[in-house]
Design a protein around this ligand. Sequence first.
Ligand SMILES: Nc1nc2c(c(=O)[nH]1)N(C=O)[C@@H](CNc1ccc(C(=O)N[C@@H](CCC(=O)O)C(=O)O)cc1)CN2
Ligand SMILES: Nc1ncnc2c1ncn2[C@@H]1O[C@H](COP(=O)(O)OP(=O)(O)OP(=O)(O)O)[C@@H](O)[C@H]1O
Length: 290
Amino acid sequence: MTAEALLQNGKAAAAAAAVMIRCHLLACRFPFSADSRRHSSTTAMAGAAPPSDPAAVVSQKRALRTKIRSALRTLPPYQRTQEDDAIQDIVLNSPWFKSSKRLCAYVSCDSLREVGTSRILSEILSPAAGDSQGRKKLYVPRVEDKNSHMRMLHISQLDDLVANSMNILEPSPVGDDGNPREDVMLASDPVDLFLVPGLAFDRSGNRLGRGGGYYDTLLRRYQALCAKRQCNRPLLVALAYSAQVVDEGIIPVTLHDVPVDALVSPSGTVPISAAALQSLAPMGERSSLG
Ligand SMILES: Nc1nc2c(c(=O)[nH]1)N(C=O)[C@@H](CNc1ccc(C(=O)N[C@@H](CCC(=O)O)C(=O)O)cc1)CN2
Ligand SMILES: Nc1ncnc2c1ncn2[C@@H]1O[C@H](COP(=O)(O)OP(=O)(O)OP(=O)(O)O)[C@@H](O)[C@H]1O
């Protein structure tokens, strides 16, 4: 059963509330031109009024998470493998991945039924012979505490990862050489790409995470850092199984939620922001989700 079918029951109520919030947000989610959005500071949103009922949004988000988790549980293993491969092929062959020099990516967790990133991580850490673009620098998440605090730390091999209490592989704070791993917030060169996980996504770039606020907080901080340094914002690309792509108006959003620039699902790449259109246009790789 598709996520959309599962969502039909709750759709009317959720959509009514979400649409109200979205209407409020539409004016401020993508208010920038291609260049200004990439250089702008998050304070662009500061003047907007908050959504009228934050408690309702929290419970709508919780309900949607439950529905998507259950849709993911019914995904047959062979279909998941097929979708994992299709998504990773798209990423690995994309111009924005090939040209990226430094990136943040999540280490996919099988029990969370996340889109796999193992092939992508392997390609970054051990590029295929003949890869002319040179080795990329990789940062992966490490949860520091339950107050939405996550860091992205540099790793150079998969052996740098150890399972945390949630059974997600993450880097130790200190490397084998005894030195603290580089934190992306303290690195002198900016990352150009984030591969972002989540539970649900739509074609407007809205994203529903697992509820920790880890990504929203870090992405906001990173975007603010880019604005301060006057460097380009990284491209934010979400990876989604087909069951995780929902109609617009379904994902409840607040001012904290950071939209993504592009969405990759097994059907292709959906460029959403002007920055994503620029990154994708040269290869004519765009396709719409079916
Ligand atoms: N691979 C991966 N790494 C990541 C994240 C992620 O989403 N994926 N995170 C992104 O923030 C951070 C960790 N945040 C997490 C938040 C919740 C759960 C989790 O197990 N959630 C359960 C429900 C738990 C509950 O309801 O109490 C689930 O979603 O099924 C895992 C990681 C940092 N590292
Ligand atoms: N930039 C931020 N600053 C402060 N609090 C934040 C920020 N972003 C999110 N939060 C808080 O984190 C909590 C979880 O937010 P939300 O439900 O949107 O997380 P999520 O998007 O599902 O998770 P994630 O961002 O880890 O993928 C909420 O209480 C929210 O207010």
